[in-house]
Ligand binder design. Structure first.
Ligand code: PRP
Ligand code: URA
Length: 235
């Protein structure tokens, strides 16, 4: 299975602070950036290089340069916080935004922004989204990228749920998934448990009140969607 869960102690340490409910948006954004840097380094470990002759101050040598053109695909909104760290690692990467939000009741992704050009302009796409919950947003984004002509796609997320991991790897078995942690399960509202809450709201300070809290009581339709995902997991 192309799942990579980071075992780096720095990742575990930063994730612990990120998850803490008392971590305020400024610190939360800093941690998303630092974790993305660490996960991005791991996710790009198998990128191809090509030999290139260079001259150091001492002599000529054959050095290695990155071969593929890389595209960063942040899923709006929460994926935005992962872009700068990736651009620090790969300053020449192209950034293509995809806007999706998850319908609160059905948990299905709804597309609202896509300005990809007609043909794929990169060979490797890194999809950036802190949370892989039902997997619907990631799978829909990767559908779009494959139709666009993306040859290779990797998903980089901070936290995944087993339900989302199963959905994504069934829909796109060729996609590598890099995460900082695999959590226990989804709650009746489709939030990852123990998770960190709503990654978009915690980054951008947009708290809409107790009724929209991740632990708020279930809507029956939503709870049924989650139960179906969990049944599939047991197959
Ligand atoms: C969150 C998150 C993912 C999605 C994950 O976005 O950033 O995009 O939910 O859930 P899924 O795996 O069940 O599809 P949200 O819809 O809350 O939008 P936002 O980033 O604008 O807050
Ligand atoms: N989106 C989030 O931001 N958090 C979750 O736990 C699930 C979806």
């Amino acid at each position: 299975m192309p799942l990579h869960v980071s075992t780096h102690p720095l990742v575990a340490h930063k994730l612990a602070i990120l998850r803490d409910r008392t971590t305020e948006p400024k610190k939360f954004r800093e941690l998303v950036r630092e974790l993305t840097w660490l996960l991005g380094y791991e996710a790009m470990a198998d990128l191809a290089t090509r030999p290139e002759p260079i001259e150091t101050p001492l002599q000529q040598m054959t050095a290695a340069r990155l071969e593929p053109k890389v595209g960063l695909i942040p899923i709006l909104r929460a994926g935005l916080g992962m872009v700068d760290a990736m651009l620090e690692l790969l300053p020449t990467a192209e950034v293509w935004h995809i806007g999706l939000y998850r319908d609160e009741r059905t948990l299905k992704p709804v597309e609202y922004y896509n300005k990809l050009p007609d043909a794929a302009s990169v060979q490797v796409c890194l999809v950036l989204d802190p949370m892989l919950a039902t997997g619907g947003s990631a799978a829909a984004t990767i559908d779009i990228l494959k139709q666009w002509g993306a040859a290779r796609v990797k998903q980089v997320s901070l936290i995944a749920a087993p339900e989302g991991m199963a959905t994504l790897s069934a829909a796109h078995p060729d996609v590598d998934i890099h995460v900082a942690a695999m959590d226990s399960h989804l709650n009746e509202r489709g939030y990852i448990v123990p998770g960190l809450g709503d990654a978009g709201d915690r980054q951008f300070g947009t708290f809409a009140g107790p009724a929209s809290e991740p632990g708020h009581g279930p809507d029956e339709e939503t709870a049924e969607v989650v139960r179906r995902l969990q049944l599939n997991l047991g197959d």
